[in-house]
Design a protein. Structure first.
Length: 246
């Protein structure tokens, strides 16, 4: 079990993940890093500054965005625009949850299921989810009549922690307890691997937070979401700044 001081990694979870457990997925080697675009737009800064935003701009492909979890709302440096913001809560599960009863079996999802997983994520929008997101692993699902009715998996991986993510249920199968059972099952797998489960939710999503609390997650802290993108025409200057700052 991670000691109390180790929880500081969760204060900058995307950066911590890309510099520890998921370093192999990182694009960038400086003070700004992001996941490969096919996995998702999550990005981390060692600390927000004009210099680190310039480094990040050099890592964002044309037409793409970056998703940041920030301590507080920031005035973005010139050359950036805010696409979406919002308040997030980070929740941690301190003890292994009990297995939740569910009417259908929970099954492991693999490469043969990736297309259906992406389709379900597009329909339900649980958060950033792209064709390569399932490669992060740890995904479980529930099928009804052969259809993928619900799923949940793993995302960020700061040393000693693993994030439960992509929790979603097809609208036709809601109200059956699938989300609670899947979150509990993924969390149990994380504990079995010797890590502590955590997750991130919009603070306004009271229904989801209630489900997570039923499993045993408790709010640890808040973040400000910033979905941002470099303004066209500023990218070359930002690349030059990034090179000079190294």
């Amino acid at each position: 079990m991670t000691n109390a001081s180790g929880f500081s990694l969760l204060d900058n979870p995307i950066w911590s993940s890309l510099t520890t457990g998921h370093a192999r997925f990182a694009v960038g080697t400086g003070a700004a890093r992001r996941y490969h675009s096919d996995i998702g737009p999550l990005a981390g800064l060692r600390e927000p500054s004009a210099e680190t935003f310039a480094e990040l701009a050099a890592l964002v492909p044309a037409g793409d965005v970056a998703v940041l979890f920030l301590e507080e709302r920031l005035e973005l440096p010139p050359g950036w625009e805010l696409v979406r913001d919002g308040t997030l809560v980070q929740m941690v599960c301190a003890a292994e949850p009990a297995e939740a009863a569910v009417s259908e079996p929970i099954v492991a999802l693999g490469p043969d299921d990736f297309a259906q997983m992406v389709e379900l994520a597009k329909l339900t929008e649980p958060g950033p989810f792209r064709d390569g997101t399932p490669t992060l692993g740890g995904f479980l699902g529930v099928r009804v009549g052969g259809r993928l009715a619900a799923m949940a998996g793993q995302r960020l991986s700061p040393a000693g922690f693993t994030e439960v993510s992509a929790v979603c249920t097809h609208p036709e199968f809601r109200g059956r307890g699938f989300a609670r059972a899947l979150v509990a099952a993924v969390a149990r797998n994380i504990f079995a691997a010797g890590a502590v489960p955590f997750l991130t939710s919009f603070a306004a999503n009271a229904g989801a937070i209630r489900v997570y609390e039923q499993v045993g997650f408790a709010v640890r802290r808040q973040f400000e979401l910033a979905l941002v993108r470099p303004v066209a025409g500023e990218r070359t200057a930002d690349r030059e700044k990034a090179v000079k700052s190294r």
